[in-house]
Design a protein around this ligand. Structure first.
Ligand code: NAD
Length: 280
């Protein structure tokens, strides 16, 4: 049975769990009672608590899914493992490498499963690109260019976004970096720069919102990633939210993940072009 901690993005798992034939949802948990009540009403599911301890000590719950703010993941994963639970944790798994060793050791010691909910691998364009790659369509992989550019200034409204602990290096860049590591797992060197943009400074951000990095794998292949989060973007049909280009000996493969609203607008524009509109 499943318990879900953090009911913002945690909403996505509530809806999936309620549809699942494999697992049953037992408890929703959020420190905010208002969030508990909102989700309880939305999903007509009345078993919730504001105390994480209630889920940790519930013997019926064997999996805890963690959707709290990034900087709390290490602590919440640790508590779940210490209470003998399997863990699903949304990305980024942790936001500070100093926590990595102890968590790896604890996982090995408890033998419990830890699954990082790196959702972008399961988006349809990413799955199709992977399928083509595995079928050998692009030949031998030469290099990868991946990016995640999004106007996430709305995110700065969240209380934790302006805290010292909030880092787009982990929260945002984990998506395109994961695409690189999917194709080039043996990265041995990374170099690059990050900065706080003028928009980020104005908003009061404490950590970088604009980053470019180069990766080198043990076999000598290189890749690049970039993330830009507080600047306006071009319309999505010019510049998508998340992009991964694989360049292979037989050709390239480009994967574009757009947000749903842009998809809908493009679909409508295709059906009914208004005078002067660009038909895609
Ligand atoms: N594509 C994805 O996989 C994806 C998308 C969005 C967010 N996320 C991740 O999900 C996590 C949550 O993001 P969000 O956008 O929902 O943030 P949010 O601030 O909207 O929601 C976080 C929730 O956690 C609750 N919370 C905070 N501290 C808590 C505590 N100590 N105990 C219990 N509950 C607590 C808050 O009350 C809030 O309801 C982040 O790690 C984020 O990076 C992943």
């Amino acid at each position: 049975m499943l318990g879900i901690l953090g009911l913002g993005e945690g909403r996505s798992l509530i809806s999936a769990a309620l549809e699942s034939k494999k697992l049953a949802l037992k408890t929703l948990c959020d420190i905010s009672e208002a969030a508990c009540k909102q989700r309880s009403k939305e999903f007509d599911f009345d078993h919730y608590t504001t105390r994480y301890e209630d889920m940790l000590s519930d013997p019926d719950i064997n999996i805890i899914a963690i959707y709290t703010p990034d900087h709390l993941h290490a602590q919440h994963v640790t508590q779940a493992l210490q209470h003998g639970k399997h863990v699903v944790c949304t990305k980024p798994f942790i936001d500070d490498l100093k926590d990595a060793k102890a968590l790896l050791e604890l996982q090995a010691q408890t033998g419990k499963k830890v699954f990082v909910g790196q959702s972008s691998r399961f988006f349809e364009p990413a799955k199709r690109q992977r399928k083509d790659f595995e079928a050998g369509e692009i030949g031998e992989l030469i290099t990868i260019e991946s990016s995640y550019h999004a106007d996430h200034r709305w995110f700065l409204e969240k209380k934790w976004a302006l805290e010292d602990a909030f880092k787009w290096l982990y929260g945002g860049l984990s998506h395109p970096v994961d695409f690189i590591r999917w194709y080039l797992p043996d990265v041995e060197e990374v170099m690059g720069y990050g900065m706080i943009s003028a928009n980020g400074k104005k908003a009061g951000l404490k950590n970088e919102d604009t980053m470019h990095f180069i990766f080198k794998a043990t076999d000598g292949r290189i890749a690049r990633v970039s993330g830009v989060y507080t600047s306006p973007i071009q319309p999505a049909y010019r510049e998508s939210g998340m992009t991964t280009v694989l360049r292979g000996t037989e050709g390239p493969a480009r994967q574009i993940i757009m947000n749903c609203v842009m998809r809908l607008l493009i679909k409508r524009a295709r059906k009914k072009p208004s005078p002067g509109a660009i038909v895609l």
